[in-house]
Design a protein around this ligand. Structure first.
Ligand SMILES: CC(C)(COP(=O)(O)OP(=O)(O)OC[C@H]1O[C@@H](n2cnc3c(N)ncnc32)[C@H](O)[C@@H]1OP(=O)(O)O)[C@@H](O)C(=O)NCCC(=O)NCCS
Length: 237
């Protein structure tokens, strides 16, 4: 398939969730599309892309970051050249316009052919998408990241539903970790998803043990193509 500059963009609005707009990014491999994306990146981003070893990682980064740039520039009423990105302690990116932090939050996630971008007014958005790849050892991996109740849920799943359960739990947990922004420094086994969500509810509220005064909203966005989840704080002290 030939991609030209008149092709429609590789991203589009996917859904709204509680005031956040979520875009879907098509991460299929087309060299011409990659080139269009790279042209939208600034020098720091182009250098970062070049440091990524795998072609897939370079494509995920460029296609998602370019789509993010277009969407943020539209929302913030600025030009792409005015946008840059800063990074918090554990790597969570935030946007700057002319060097000043912008009053908008976003989070990006990519998995296989699917990228998702959440943009909204919430203070700390976390988003995760997981393509349900077949794996042999769901329980072994689950034992490293899931709480006791989550491991029991996974153990009770039959062969047909095991991957659904695994990726749903993983994406919900990862969305919380990405909202708070602490990455690997927070032990995922210490996060137990809300009981109602373990029973299948599509949304719930969560409190981190070390932040008891804060309530975080968690939404299951999973659909046929992938597991996905969004998290953000509803009350901050
Ligand atoms: C970045 C991190 C939070 C997620 O990485 P990942 O799952 O490989 O990747 P995702 O595609 O979901 O997200 C990557 C994007 O999140 C953003 N990001 C980077 N660091 C982040 C952080 N600390 N918090 C939130 N978002 C972050 C970036 O936009 C990044 O994309 P980009 O580099 O193309 O701009 C990583 O630190 C991590 O994997 N932590 C593991 C947490 C864990 O233990 N999970 C176990 C299962 S629950």
């Amino acid at each position: 398939m030939l991609i030209t500059t008149t092709e429609p963009p590789w991203w589009g609005r996917w859904r709204e969730a509680d005031g956040a707009t979520i875009l879907h990014v098509d991460l299929s491999a087309y060299a011409a599309r990659d080139a269009l994306a790279v042209a939208l990146l600034d020098e720091a981003e182009q250098a970062r892309r070049r440091r990524l070893l795998a072609a897939r990682a370079r494509r995920e980064f460029a296609l998602c970051r370019a789509a993010l740039r277009v969407v943020l520039a539209e929302r913030l009423g600025c030009d792409n050249s005015q946008l840059s990105f800063g990074y918090l302690e554990h790597g969570k990116p935030f946007a700057r316009v002319d060097g000043r932090r912008a009053a908008i939050d976003f989070n990006v996630s990519h998995s296989g052919l699917h990228g998702l971008i959440a943009v909204g007014e919430h203070a700390q958005i976390g988003l995760d998408v997981e393509e349900r790849r077949p794996r042999k050892d769901f329980e072994g991996i689950g034992s490293l990241v899931f709480s006791t109740a989550e491991r029991q849920l996974l153990a009770a799943a039959d062969d047909r539903s095991e991957s659904q359960v695994f990726y749903r739990l993983w994406s919900l947990k990862e969305a919380l970790i990405k909202a708070i922004g602490t990455g690997f420094s927070l032990a995922p086994t210490g996060i137990e998803l809300p009981a109602a969500m373990l029973r299948g509810a599509r949304s719930g509220e969560y409190r981190f043990a070390h932040l008891p005064a804060e309530t975080w909203k968690l939404i299951d966005l999973g659909e046929r193509r992938f597991a996905a989840a969004l998290a953000y704080p509803v009350t901050l002290p």
